[in-house]
Design a protein around this ligand. Structure first.
Ligand SMILES: Cc1cc2nc3c(=O)[nH]c(=O)nc-3n(C[C@H](O)[C@H](O)[C@H](O)COP(=O)(O)OP(=O)(O)OC[C@H]3O[C@@H](n4cnc5c(N)ncnc54)[C@H](O)[C@@H]3O)c2cc1C
Length: 448
């Protein structure tokens, strides 16, 4: 029976980061991944002849831990992304595009132009109403984050006197565009949590789109690096429960197979972590908050087209429609395609039971309302559903996010839902993996 120093359950960015950190210190590490490919929610693959990904991803310029991880594996972030300095908002309420600058250092003129311009969609008075909103929100975020997590961003904005046009075009657009959730159910803490790191690293702010499928440009090279350090990866290995001995976790079980280790890192998405914990012989009360943390659905629809339907490959938000955010990708991520629109659906509470065909039809209908006509250009499409992989960003959930450290000897948690300031993002996943690896190293040192 082979015994590892560490078994990591889940080969997403958190698990890979944790694996690299431990393998660099010469620990004997095995990553068990349920799927046939690594990368979890940040991966790409071939789906019956069509190249797809888990949904279009953006690297935010203020990320620190994620670029550092890539650098360790010899990947230069600037080689794998193209940077955007603007984002567009299309609303059925307006017959024109509203453009916001997002790069104060790299594109200051674009920011200035957006602040002084866009007057047709958002009057100067409405723009000015955002100033106290930002000032007070970012202040509250620093001094009393728990209080901010008790209120929705819509209620907070109304309390601060934000004009309804600014709520629609800016706040609603961001909530539905980033975490596919309407502003009335979006925690004010999460909203300011997205913005908070930007002022400190304003000189880095931009939005990066991948130049290729995420598995090709990022996950593949990271896994190669991990394996070159001596780490092992086993695919198609869905862990069912943790093996315990007294109070301690000593391994994992998959059907008849068992793997043993000094330390186990549970680095799955939230839904799978809840399932595995509930199936294991552990005192469930120790995982009360993890088991209570609600999840929310996420759905990406990827449409292969005969030609591009947008002038630029640029992140676009569409408040007032089911298209939370979307981007043309045929000039960036999927350059083999003649046209490729990737859509993150919003308003999912109403759409969960829709079939793939119904979702596509809805996209056609609502895209028409914002001036995008694609029905006659479709070659193929795929719907990628993420079930219960995200924790819900509704108010009151921040306090339920568990730390990487658990009270159970031999068990550490990792994953974007665990406690770290970057929410459900690649940066958050990487940081959670780093924190988990520190925890494991301390435990291994203590046991020696
Ligand atoms: C459509 C979409 C768009 C996104 N856009 C952005 C973006 O623009 N910017 C950004 O920074 N982030 C974005 N994210 C979020 C980002 O992808 C995630 O935060 C990050 O990838 C999570 O990594 P993770 O390792 O925590 O979890 P995951 O990637 O979910 O990894 C968990 C792994 O565990 C595996 N697993 C599950 N159960 C088991 C089991 N029983 N046994 C073994 N393995 C198991 C899973 O298969 C998976 O590989 C987006 C996510 C999605 C889905």
């Amino acid at each position: 029976m082979e015994r590892y120093d560490v078994i990591i359950v889940g080969g997403g960015l958190a698990g890979i980061t944790c694996g690299i950190e431990l393998a660099q210190d010469r620990y004997n590490v095995l990553i068990l991944e349920k799927e046939l490919h690594m990368g979890g929610r940040a991966s790409s693959w071939d789906s019956n002849g069509m190249a797809v990904d888990s949904g279009f991803h953006r690297v935010i310029g203020y990320y620190k831990h994620y670029p550092k991880l890539l650098q360790q594996a010899g990947i230069n972030l600037n080689d794998i992304v193209v940077w955007e300095e603007k984002l567009d908002v299309l609303s059925p309420k307006h017959d024109h595009v509203t453009t916001f600058g997002v790069a104060p250092f790299h594109g200051p003129v674009k920011i200035l132009r957006a602040m002084l311009g866009n007057n047709k969609s958002i009057a100067p008075k409405a723009k000015l109403s955002l100033i106290p909103f930002f000032k007070n929100g970012l202040h509250e975020f620093k001094v009393d984050p728990n209080k901010l997590d008790q209120i929705s961003i819509l209620d907070f904005a109304r309390e601060q006197g934000v004009h309804e046009d600014a709520i629609h075009l800016f706040i609603e657009a961001m909530c539905r565009g980033i975490f596919f959730t309407p502003s009335e159910r979006f925690s004010a803490y999460v909203f300011f949590g997205i913005l908070a790191p930007a002022p400190q690293r304003f000189y880095k702010m931009r939005i990066g789109s991948y130049l290729g499928g995420m598995s090709d440009v990022m996950i593949g090279p990271l896994v190669d690096y991990f394996e070159n350090l001596g780490g092992e990866v086993a695919l198609n290995q869905g862990v069912e429960r943790l093996i315990t001995e007294g109070e301690k976790v000593i391994g994992v079980e998959l059907g008849l197979k068992k793997f043993y280790a000094e330390q186990v890192v549970l680095s799955t998405d939230i839904g799978a972590a809840q399932y595995i914990i509930s199936q294991s012989q552990l005192d469930q009360i120790n995982f009360y908050s993890l088991l209570k943390l609600p999840t929310m659905p996420a759905v990406s629809v990827q449409i292969e087209l005969t030609e591009p339907v947008l002038e630029h490959d640029r992140t676009t938000f569409a408040p007032g429609t089911v298209l939370g955010s979307f981007s043309e990708q045929s000039r960036s991520t999927f350059r083999q395609s003649k046209g490729r629109l990737s859509v993150m659906m919003a308003s999912l509470e109403k759409l969960e039971d829709h079939t793939d065909e119904e979702l596509l039809e809805l996209i056609f209908k609502e895209a028409d309302q914002i001036g995008i006509s694609m029905r006659n250009k479709v070659i193929d499409y795929r719907v990628v559903r993420h079930g219960d992989k995200f924790y819900s960003v509704a108010p009151g959930h921040e306090i339920l996010r568990p730390s990487q450290n658990t009270v159970v000897p031999g068990l550490t948690l990792a994953g974007d839902y665990t406690k770290q300031p970057y929410l459900s993002t690649m940066e958050g996943a990487v940081l959670s993996g780093e924190l988990a690896s520190e925890n494991v190293k301390n435990a291994l040192r203590e046991s020696q």
